[in-house]
Structure formats: C-alpha cells, structure tokens
Design a protein around this ligand. Structure first.
Ligand SMILES: Nc1ncnc2c1ncn2[C@@H]1O[C@H](COP(=O)(O)OP(=O)(O)OP(=O)(O)O)[C@@H](O)[C@H]1O
Ligand SMILES: [Mg+2]
Length: 449
C-alpha cells in the first residue's frame, strides 16, 4: 500500500522538518507548505489524506486557510497546531470543521496518535440524502436556548473536541453527552459514563485508569479502567467538579498525551476516546478557590455547553412534557387538561426536566387512562393550576405573570439582566437601580453565578 500523504503547513522551516520527520518515521509521506496560501493551493490541487495546519503564518493564517479549504474539501481531515493554551483559536477551528488540535510545543507521540486515530477511523458521515440524521432528537424544546444547545451538539459531534457540559441538576447534561456520541462517527463504539461523585475517592483513580495485578492491597487480577473501556467511543466524566486536584493532574496528563499508565503499570496504554465532562458546579469559582485546576478546565472546555434551567425557557415546558409522556406511555399518548398545563407552565422546576418527568410519571399513576388533571399533580403544583384564571392572565410587557412570588420575579429579573449585560455586575446594578453591594448580596442570596 502506498504511504498516506500528509500536507504540513508551517512557516517555520525547522519546525516543518521536525514534524515531517516524526510523521515519516511513522510511515507517512509528507508534503510541505510554507504559508496559508500555499497550503490552500497545494491542498486543493492535489488533496492529501490529512492536513496539519499551523495557525500563525504569514499571508494567510491557518484559520482563514481552514475556512477556504473546508469549503472546497469538506471531508479532508484537518488538524490545527495552536499556541499553548490558545483555546479560543482551537474552538474556532473546531467550529470550522477541524477534526482535532494539537498544542505547541508539539509532542511527537501525541502527533502520531492523533494522526493515526483520524486516518484509521472513517470520516463522520456527511449529510446524507435524508439530511436530518444529525438532528439531536432527544433534546426537546422550541426555545432559542435549546436550539443553540442542539446546534452546538451537532458541531461538537463532528469533531473530536473535549466538551464540558454544565447546568443545574436534571437539565439534561447526560442527554447531551449521549447525543454527541450518537451523532459522532464514534457511535458504533462504546459510550461509557463514570460518575466521579459516586466512586469513593480512593478508588476513583483505578476506576478511571485501571490497575495491574497486585497494584495495591485488594487489587486482584488486572483490571481495565473506564478510559480503556471507552476506547473507540466516548467517555462521560460526570460530576467532574468532585474530582480531587491530584487526580485532576493525572487526568490532564492523560488527556494531553492521549495515553496513561494503569496503576502499578509501567508501559503507557494508548487510547482513542472523546471525553465529555459534566458538572453542576461553578468550576470558575472552584478555580478561584484552588479546588479545580485551571489548565484542566481549559483542556475540558474546548467546547462548552451551558444547559439552561427549565424555568428560563418556559415555552419548552409543555413540549417537553408531551415528549416525556409519549416516552412514558407510548401506546396511550396521555393528554393534559388546560388547567394542568397552566400549572406546569407556572411552576419553577428547581429539579428541571427530571422533576417534570417524575411529576408526570406520578400523575399517570393517579390518572389511570384518563387525561392528566390538576388533582393528579402534587399539591404545590395543583395550587398553581387555578392561578391562570386570575384576571391578568398572560404576561404583560414586563413579562411578569400573576401567581409567581416576588422573590421568583426578582431572581429571574436579576439573572436575565446580568446575562444580557454579559455578566457585568456594575452595569447590572445600575440598570436595576441597585447599589453594587445590594446586587452582590442578592446574587449570593439567590445563588446566581
Ligand atoms: N431537553 C430535554 N429533552 C428531553 N428530555 C430531557 C431533556 N433534558 C433532560 N431530559 C430528561 O430528564 C432526565 C434528566 O436528565 P439528565 O440525567 O441528562 O440530567 P443531568 O443534567 O445529567 O442531571 P444531574 O446533574 O442530576 O445528573 C432524563 O430522564 C432525561 O431523559
Ligand atoms: Mg447527570
């Protein structure tokens, strides 16, 4: 078999030669380009099997070159070489369709692993005939916020980028992780989840990386960890914020080197996995308090997905309820009475979609084969069902509805204002007519980040 060709675009001749030597010694044939324009010309005239693209180059930088090449050769796998810690460029490149990125200084083993993984795995399906195979159907909701989540999931699925999903409990973080897996070219590989909070601290390391026989007291036969189990597929590290810093350091190394050693082992194990991490904690606050490593955060958050709580997207409540009902009783298609629907829409859902699913499951038990009515809902919700009949009805220009507590309105207003001002607290305080101190107090009181 003829060796596979890799085009290396880098303006630094010595670096170019170093990369070329590394790949040639792994059995690849290399071609070279000294700037972005040359890379575009060379790739589009005689497409290589893979393009390794430096970002900072004269005439045409790597991102712009990628944009042009992706238009003409959407199936060509491109690996971007970025400056260390330049996450923003990496994210942009992934969005433009780059398959992966490597940070400088380039680690030769990492480079070979990345290139081999890509060339051994078939390209993700391009939109085929039907065209809708890439729609994450499990993520329901017509709101703009959920549409954005679905779009990011689609983009993330096309690349190998690590994804960090954060959001309150029950917002669907695990649903997102599975959707990314199912839409990616790894879908035929395993999906493995590990809840970092559910494993006793002392066992987490061996649960992740596995151990050799007799590595520690009680370690019987050799045991493969979740990293190995997820080979060729996706690993969900749930509740990543609960991981202690020493293990965070090991995880970071494993992600960077794409290999690790089993406990008590001496030879590195290479793995081809995509990692999705999920958390309901505020990792930035944890970083400030030195509970979470900043470098690991940036490694994980190449693509970030924030799951919006249900109360911030009330237009999604009823469609989600219908989706859940159809899942709970596929044969019966149970219906909600108008009063029950009104109650569901007014509730604040601190437990988000999971709470909604639980409420519906319980209501189905009480309702038997009839429609779901207020009397089948828990008392707190039942009380909200009548509120719609109060005179003012639908929200007015301020977006406020009768039947909601003042506190809930205040919290909601503060949160939305803060978000619309990009998190700027001084301007938020000014807009709301509060002193900065008063705003900080309220942020703390309502647990708003
Ligand atoms: N947008 C959604 N559309 C449809 N179903 C959803 C959605 N979000 C969540 N669900 C459902 O809600 C339940 C909770 O979702 P999931 O387990 O993914 O939440 P989570 O964010 O991981 O919560 P936790 O932080 O408690 O682990 C699941 O049954 C899931 O199927
Ligand atoms: Mg979860």
């Amino acid at each position: 078999m003829a060796p596979r060709t890799i085009l290396i675009a880098d303006d630094d001749a010595a670096h170019r030669r170093m990369l070329g030597a590394a790949l040639e010694s792994a059995g690849f044939a290399c071609r070279f380009a000294a700037d972005g324009e040359e890379a575009v010309r060379s790739a589009t005239t005689t497409p290589p099997e893979l393009l390794l693209l430096d970002v900072r180059m004269p005439r045409l930088d790597g991102i712009e070159a990628l944009r042009r090449i992706a238009e003409e050769l959407p199936a060509l796998p491109v690996v971007i070489v970025t400056a260390h810690g330049d996450v923003r460029t990496a994210v942009e490149a992934m969005k433009l369709g780059a398959r992966d990125f490597i940070e400088k200084p380039v680690d030769i083993d990492e480079l070979r692993n990345v290139v081999q993984d890509i060339l051994e795995r078939p390209a993700p399906d391009k939109v085929d005939g039907g065209g809708e195979t890439d729609e994450p159907r499990t993520l329901v909701g017509p709101s703009a916020a959920m549409a954005k989540v679905r779009q990011t999931v689609r983009l993330a699925a096309k690349s190998n980028a690590t994804v960090l999903v954060h959001g309150e409990s029950g917002t669907g973080k695990e649903v997102v992780a599975r959707a990314i897996h199912d839409l990616s070219d790894r879908r035929t590989g395993p999906f493995v989840a590990l809840n970092c909070a559910a494993v006793p601290e002392g066992l987490l390391e061996s649960e992740l990386f596995g151990h050799e026989k007799g590595a520690f007291t009680g370690a019987g036969a050799r045991h493969a960890g979740r990293f190995e189990a997820a080979g060729g597929g996706t690993l969900l590290l749930d509740e990543i914020g609960e991981m202690r810093p020493p293990l965070q350091a090991r995880l970071l190394r494993a992600l960077q080197e794409r290999s690790f050693e089993r406990l008590g082992g001496t030879s590195p194990v290479h793995v081809d996995i995509r990692v999705v991490a999920a958390t309901n904690r505020d990792l930035r606050a944890d970083i400030a308090q030195k509970r979470f490593r900043e470098d690991l955060y940036y490694r994980l958050a190449v693509v970030e997905i924030a799951m919006p709580p249900l109360r911030d997207r009330r237009e999604d409540i009823l469609p989600t309820a219908q989706h859940l009902l159809a899942r709970l009783r596929p044969e019966a298609r149970p219906r909600l009475t108008a009063e029950a629907a009104a109650g569901l829409t007014l509730h604040d859902w601190p437990g988000n979609v999971r709470e909604l699913a639980n409420v519906l499951e319980r209501a189905l038990l009480f309702a038997g084969t009839g429609d779901l009515a207020p009397e089948h809902l828990p008392p707190a919700l039942r009380e909200l069902c009548g509120r719609e009949e109060t005179p003012a009805g639908p929200p007015d220009a301020t977006g406020v509805r009768p039947g909601v507590s003042l506190e809930a309105v205040e919290r909601d207003l503060i949160e939305k204002t803060l978000r619309s001002l990009g998190g700027n607290r001084s301007r938020t305080a000014e807009t709301l007519g509060l002193s900065r101190r008063a705003l900080l107090y309220k942020l703390k009181r309502y647990g708003i980040r």
